[in-house]
Write a protein that binds this ligand. Structure first.
Ligand code: ASP
Length: 308
């Protein structure tokens, strides 16, 4: 059991294939992950809570256009953005989430506002926007969320659909950002934010904002943030399944998370991965696809970023 903090982040499973990854692009991803880690470290090193750390970290990831969340979110098949986010505090399992929103600059802040300023857990549409306005959160025009790379991915996906050549290459369709942390007091928290899957139908909601599927935190076990085929993660209630195996079957974090990703997810044809930190500060980052943008920082220990 460590007494220091642990912070783990992801920028989505479904990375650029190795042969499409240039040294320049690779360096940009590593730099972005390192910058984001610094944001969460600053919170935790000042004795901040895991909850504040994951919120600040996911905000920084949302502001990075390289990742599929906030600025840089993927497009629906109608050329719009619909963003989902969730946050959960392992101390008391309070949680907040939003789905299908476009306007607030940082969806994760809206999720936190839902958690703190309403009696609800998951909100959509105009009601979610009202919570954001009442909390004084920043809004942006649609152009803020536009990135050429995501627009090109949408066109490529729609062209492939029309030509009947659509594959399920995760690097074109996936993304999502997330953070899990364990603070110096031993509390854990999780936050996840996403634009969802490229060319998704309007109104589709994935696993990220669903507590127990893409996001979960409980001080008795662990905090989890997932990325990948949302429908598969929903069907398996992935994040809660990991928690349950730890609490009820005394599995280690690594065994619980690894089993769910490598056995259960793979068995139903789902691709993706997750980051998880246990209340003792240990962590794991399993994935069953080519790679997952990820990084971690352990107080007085390792600080690393990885793609493959
Ligand atoms: N899990 C996200 C969703 O289904 C997408 C992703 O992580 O790639 O919306």
């Amino acid at each position: 059991m460590t007494t220091g903090y642990t912070l783990v982040i992801h920028g989505g499973a479904g990375v650029l294939p190795r042969d499409a990854m240039t040294p320049d692009a690779e360096a940009r991803y590593h730099d972005a992950l390192a910058r984001v880690l610094a944001v969460g470290e600053a919170v935790l090193a000042a004795d901040g809570s895991a909850l504040d750390a994951v919120e600040a970290t996911v905000c920084a990831l949302e502001d990075e256009p390289l990742f599929n969340a906030g600025r840089g979110a993927v497009f629906t098949r109608d050329g719009t953005h619909e963003m989902d986010a969730a946050i959960m505090d392992g101390r008391d399992r309070s949680a907040g989430a939003v789905a299908g929103i476009c306007g607030p600059r940082n969806p994760i802040r809206v999720a936190r506002a839902v958690m703190q300023h309403t009696d609800h857990v998951l909100m959509i549409g105009a009601g979610a926007h009202s919570v954001a306005s009442e909390a004084g959160l920043a809004f942006e025009e649609n152009t803020y969320f536009f990135t050429q790379a995501r627009w090109d991915s949408l066109q490529e996906t729609l062209d492939m659909e029309r030509a009947g050549t659509l594959d399920d290459d995760p690097s074109r369709r996936h993304g999502t950002v997330g953070a899990v942390a364990r603070d110096r007091k031993g509390a854990v928290a999780a936050a996840t934010s996403t634009g969802g899957m490229t060319a998704k139908r309007t109104g589709r909601v994935g696993d990220s904002p669903v507590i127990g599927a893409g996001t979960f935190a409980d001080n008795r076990s662990c905090a989890v943030s997932a990325t990948g085929d949302g429908e598969a993660f929903l069907r398996l209630a992935v994040a809660h399944e990991i928690d349950a195996r730890m609490r009820l079957a005394s599995a280690s974090l690594e065994k619980a998370a690894g089993g769910v990703v490598h056995d259960d997810l793979t068995a139903i044809g789902g691709s993706g991965g997750l980051i998880a930190v246990a209340a003792d500060g240990s962590f794991t980052t399993p994935f069953n696809c080519d790679g997952m943008y990820r990084g971690w920082s352990v107080e007085h220990g390792e600080r690393e970023t990885h793609i493959y």
